[in-house]
Design a protein around this ligand. Structure first.
Ligand code: PLP
Length: 434
């Protein structure tokens, strides 16, 4: 039973539900503990709700807040640049500066376009891949998330292991009702981290396949790292058959390194998508890639558009965020802090006699309750006790430690060892009572 007071949020949720469907503006916000909550402000690693509760925040608003809440330089840059205007239906100087910056720091970013979010940027990459290859389908992997638009909502989740069919010939489950049925045919869904299977499907069906899209680390389910050689194997097979390799770096971008997972793993995709940590919570994303692919946008062979794209506020937020990351270079610290956190959790879990698996590279990692030593793909996640994990996350929340409901933890450049020690101490206590 929670002793934390959520009464004001409950009252606001009742009011919101009368006019906002489910009281929220994004599905995932419903699943907070004990219900969708309302927040008043955030500063650094702390977030404050309408009941005055102060949380040590490891959700970072689902990833974007790599510099913590309300970073003063970002807020100032947005405010300063907004004094000049908001949106011109035209170009402006900082837009070039931002593109030049991405070009300098991301290995594959020879040409790019800005969008508003990850979902639309992913669709832009598909359109380019189809136009250049003259083929229609893309390979996507079970449990990876590439946004909420219809064609990527087959196979991202499944109600049970048995619903997924054979590994060699998976069933693509729809994420929800209402998807256009024919969008199911756009993708071939395969288990992740199984290069042999990808190769055998491509050998048979390469004449249909325009692209492979992958999260370079499978952050959306258990933070699974690529098996040794897997990403290189995808690169090789895409080169062999003229297929576009698309990295969805919406989470890994600016998080594993300034140049994203492609720099961290040393594998250069043809196109990739960046969003979340790019702009400290402002709505901007980028689809970037090698010139030979992206140039299809130059003459309108492929059309990408958007009234709200690259407005002053979002461009200023992105440019300033990336400049700060470049200047402060927090990556070594974020890796060390994440690893320290992971080791601390493993230790208190053993002490409490709980079977906890903590895996991931460090700047992000995932907590699971399972006997497994390692989870390698989405099918493996069904060994986890998700109900017990929810109880753990809820109890942590009642003790003011905020972690994403599926066990994902994000480290920011402003978290420190004391924050981690505080969270580990609370986790130890919670685990003993679980
Ligand atoms: C890997 C990945 N790709 C794409 C998206 C979609 O991005 P957005 O929510 O900005 O549309 C997400 C969102 O969580 C994501 O995690």
């Amino acid at each position: 039973m929670s002793t934390t007071n959520y009464a004001e949020s409950a009252r606001l949720l009742d009011r919101a539900k009368k006019v906002l469907a489910g009281g929220v503006s994004s599905e995932f916000r419903k699943y907070n503990h004990p219900h969708a909550l309302f927040y008043t402000h955030g500063k650094g690693s702390r977030l404050y709700d309408a009941d005055g509760n102060e949380y040590l925040d490891f959700t970072l608003s689902q990833g974007p807040l790599i510099l913590g809440h309300s970073h003063p330089e970002v807020v100032k840059a947005v405010s300063d640049y907004s004094q000049y205007g908001q949106l011109y239906a035209g170009q402006h100087l900082k837009e070039i500066e931002l593109a030049e910056k991405l070009n300098a720091v991301i290995p594959s970013a020879e040409l790019m376009r800005f969008c508003l979010d990850g979902s639309t940027a992913v669709q832009t990459a598909f359109r380019i891949a189809r136009a250049k290859t003259g083929k229609q389908k893309f390979i996507r992997f079970e449990g990876h998330y590439h946004g909420w638009l219809d064609n990527v909502c087959w196979g991202n989740a499944a109600p049970s292991l048995s619903s997924m069919g054979d590994r060699e010939n998976p069933t693509a489950n729809p994420w929800c009702k209402g998807l256009a049925e024919d969008t199911k045919e756009e993708s071939i869904v395969l288990p992740w981290n199984d290069l042999g299977l990808v190769k055998s499907v491509i050998e048979k069906r390469h004449e249909e396949i325009a692209a492979i899209i992958t999260e370079p680390v499978m952050c959306n389910n258990n933070c699974i790292e690529p098996a040794p050689g897997f990403l290189q194997g995808l690169r090789n097979i895409c080169d062999q058959y003229g297929i576009a390799l698309i990295f969805d770096e919406v989470i890994t971008g600016f998080r594993l390194s300034l140049g994203g997972a492609q720099q961290y793993f040393g594998i250069t995709p043809d196109m990739s998508v960046f969003a979340k940590a790019m702009a400290s919570g402002y709505p901007i994303s980028a689809v970037v890639g090698k010139r030979e692919w992206m140039q299809l946008l130059e003459d309108g062979t492929v059309i990408h558009a958007g009234t709200m794209n690259s407005g002053n506020a979002t461009v200023a937020a992105a440019l300033t965020t990336i400049q700060i990351l470049e200047k402060e270079d927090p990556y070594k610290r974020m890796f060390e802090l994440g690893k320290y956190f992971m080791e601390g959790l493993r230790k208190v879990a053993v002490e409490a006699g709980q079977r906890m698996l903590v895996q991931g590279p460090g700047p992000m990692f995932c907590i699971a309750i399972t006997d497994a030593d390692k989870i390698n793909d989405y099918r493996g996640t069904f060994s986890c006790d998700k109900a017990k994990l929810s109880t753990f996350i809820a109890a942590m929340h009642d003790r003011k430690i905020r972690i994403i409901g599926r066990g994902l933890v994000y480290i920011s450049a402003v978290h420190n060892r004391q924050d981690v020690e505080q969270a580990v101490a609370v986790a130890g206590d919670v685990l003993k009572r679980l």
